[in-house]
Ligand binder design. Structure first.
Ligand SMILES: Nc1ncnc2c1ncn2[C@@H]1O[C@H](COP(=O)(O)OP(=O)(O)OP(=O)(O)O)[C@@H](O)[C@H]1O
Length: 614
């Protein structure tokens, strides 16, 4: 390796000679002033094709933004629900400016407000806002954000059993249900796959926690590719490098740098503990501390700025780590807390009075921003025409079907769980007779078990398979792709064939195996009631899982509800006539009562018993 320097000693380039008989490659390199660190850039071509960033109105401005949430102080075991709610300022007077073609990193210790800032820009905040967020001189409201911007959240919410290409194709069909033809969508997807360097895994399963698939870094790139489908002007990423090894993290940030520079996008990402060589890939750095900015400006000015303020970066230290540490409050003891709080206060004050901050404020005030100075950025809920709804439903239905078809354990579980229960009942009872001593008890037991176990099997199916769709829905709905009705309709319809097949296996085995009333008509009624209860169990569980974000809580509450209904409804545990009045109303309102009555009438009508046993 040979280092080329200018007369003042600054490094301007590095020549790498991979081996004696391979050609020498030139890479630009730079020294970060004040650190003694050399940053050689292995994506030289990305930096050289950087186009000049636009000025003025083409920038994203966050102007004097204050974000307040209301919360009850303390934890529930300290009785917080009895306390009055109070305001908590999550972001205080935040001013940032990001121009086209720039990759900007937001840093700060945990709880400093990075995610909140991205949420506010993406209109996903829950509290009150003061200040403006503008892009292109106009208020960046929710509708504009959904149209022109993308937000890559921390977790990859993708269907594990689909390939990279399928995921992008289905997303393109959902995003452009009104406009794209199949060939345009395909072209769009191929272009993005090439841009994100995913060609080698285009036909590989994405995978997840259980199913093996592509690597974590490739999965992150798929999540980014999903957002790039609509060619966004602004791309926000919440900690995209979390969980990646340092090489993959570096590669991912270089891809983002390329996307920002070569396509003149605005890319704003939060990041935790970036490797020192990632530092050189950013154009701008923002450091937050307790919701306030202590630095926002060019990456190249970061170290000189803090050095002037009296906080030089120790030689060989990673500047990002060093300054994030400086911006943190040490709460281990009172003395350290006071000392670090004073330091953070000085840093905030120093930044507000700095030329870098004044320059941003001047530019922001000069540009003709029409943003509204209030919280009117949220737009009305999702709505779509009937034709679009049908197309969205069809895409969602096909996607769910394909995912289930490929999901070996989900697919076989759906088909075998319910029939397996028939097997146990069959072993337990073996065969029915007409002796009054056992015939009524056995028959009633079978009918009761069929009616109460069928919804439980539906519950197990929903708990195993619905959460992945729910997580995906929560992301795609926020992006404005479709509504809850579309997702539920597709989910409930795609499970119908499985519910029918599983119930037919169950009822055929049980009905004819044990010897219930041997009449095809009665068998059909028995099967129809079992199918209804099985399907009902899954529908109810899905609704509970939508209501309760925590899957375990949703599952427990639903199991409890189904068990209670199975006790109250059929009147087997206690005769309905003797139930307290409120329980009688419940019994009349639920299908358990009618299902058990139909099953009983279906089996017992016209049945003759003998008293052979004495
Ligand atoms: N809706 C809310 N209700 C209550 N507190 C909130 C809400 N949103 C954010 N906060 C609080 O605001 C602070 C900043 O949170 P935020 O998630 O933005 O931090 P962060 O810098 O992204 O942290 P991390 O790096 O750990 O993800 C935290 O103290 C958080 O508890």
């Amino acid at each position: 390796m040979r280092i080329t320097t200018e007369s003042d000693g600054h490094v301007i380039g590095v020549k790498f000679s991979p081996s004696n008989n391979l050609p020498t490659v030139d890479h630009p390199a730079k020294v970060i002033e004040g650190t003694g660190l050399l940053y050689s850039d292995d994506i030289g071509e990305l930096l050289t094709d950087k186009k000049p960033a636009d000025n003025g109105n083409e920038a994203l401005y966050v102007n004097r933004l204050t974000y307040t949430v209301r919360e009850r102080p303390g934890s529930w075991w300290q009785g917080c629900c009895l306390r009055e709610k109070r305001d908590k300022e999550v972001l205080k007077n935040v001013n940032i400016q990001v121009k086209r073609g720039q990759l900007t990193a937001l840093l700060g210790n945990s709880g400093s407000g990075k995610t909140s800032l991205l949420d506010v820009i993406a209109c996903r905040h829950q509290g009150k806002l003061k200040g403006k967020v503008t892009f292109g001189g106009k208020n960046l409201d929710e509708a504009t954000f959904k149209k022109k911007c993308g937000y890559v959240i921390q977790s990859d919410r993708l269907l594990a059993n689909l390939t990279v290409q399928e995921i992008l194709m289905y997303t393109a069909q959902l995003k452009f249900a009104n406009t794209d033809t199949a060939s345009t969508a395909k072209e769009r997807v191929s272009r993005i796959i090439a841009h994100m360097g995913l060609n080698h895994v285009a036909n590989s399963k994405v995978g997840g926690h259980i199913v093996r698939g592509i690597s974590g870094g490739e999965r992150r790139r798929v999540s980014i590719a999903v957002q790039l489908l609509q060619d966004p002007d602004i791309l926000l990423l919440d900690e995209p490098t979390t969980g990646l090894d340092s090489f993959t993290a570096h590669y991912l940030v270089s891809v983002l740098a390329k996307l920002a520079r070569s396509q003149k996008r605005i890319i704003l990402m939060s990041i935790h503990q970036p490797r020192s060589d990632i530092f050189g890939l950013f154009d701008q750095i923002g450091i937050l501390s307790l919701g306030e900015v202590i630095y926002f400006g060019p990456q190249i000015s970061l170290v000189p700025y803090f050095t002037r303020l009296g906080f030089p970066c120790p030689i060989y230290a990673n500047p990002l780590d060093h300054y994030v540490d400086l911006a943190s409050i040490d709460r281990r003891d009172a003395v350290s807390e006071e000392k670090t709080s004073v330091r953070v206060y000085e840093l905030k004050k120093g930044y507000v009075e700095s030329d870098i901050h004044k320059e941003i404020m001047n530019e922001m005030d000069k540009s003709s921003n029409e943003g509204t100075n209030n919280d009117s950025r949220k737009t009305k809920k999702y709505s779509s025409s009937i034709i679009t709804s049908i197309s969205l439903f069809s895409t969602l239905f096909r996607r769910m079907q394909l995912n289930l078809w490929r999901d070996k354990s989900g697919f076989s579980g759906r088909l075998t769980l319910f029939p397996t229960f028939a097997f146990f009942l069959w072993i337990f009872i073996w065969s029915l007779n007409n002796d009054i001593e056992t015939a009524v008890q056995d028959r009633t037991g079978i009918l009761f078990e069929s009616m109460s176990a069928a919804p439980m099997m539906g519950l197990l199916n929903a708990v195993a398979l619905f959460p992945a769709h729910r997580d995906l829905y929560s992301r795609e709905h926020r992006e404005g792709l479709y509504g809850c009705g579309h997702m539920l309709a597709a989910y409930f319809i795609h499970i119908v064939p499985f519910a029918i097949v599983a119930t037919m296996f169950y009822s055929t085995w049980l009905y004819w195996g044990i010897g219930l009333s041997p009449d095809p008509g009665r068998f059909f009624i028995f099967s129809a009631v079992c199918l209804h209860m099985h399907y009902f169990g899954e529908i109810l569980t899905v609704l509970f899982l939508i209501f309760f974000q925590n899957i375990e809580v949703g599952q427990s509450v639903c199991t409890l509800s189904l068990s209670v209904l199975a006790i109250i409804g059929p009147g087997l545990v206690r005769s309905q006539a003797t139930l307290p009045e409120p329980f009688q109303y419940v019994a009349y309102a639920v299908n358990y009562k009618y299902a058990s009555e139909i099953l009983a009438a279906n089996e017992y009508h016209g049945l003759q018993f003998s008293c052979d046993g004495g």
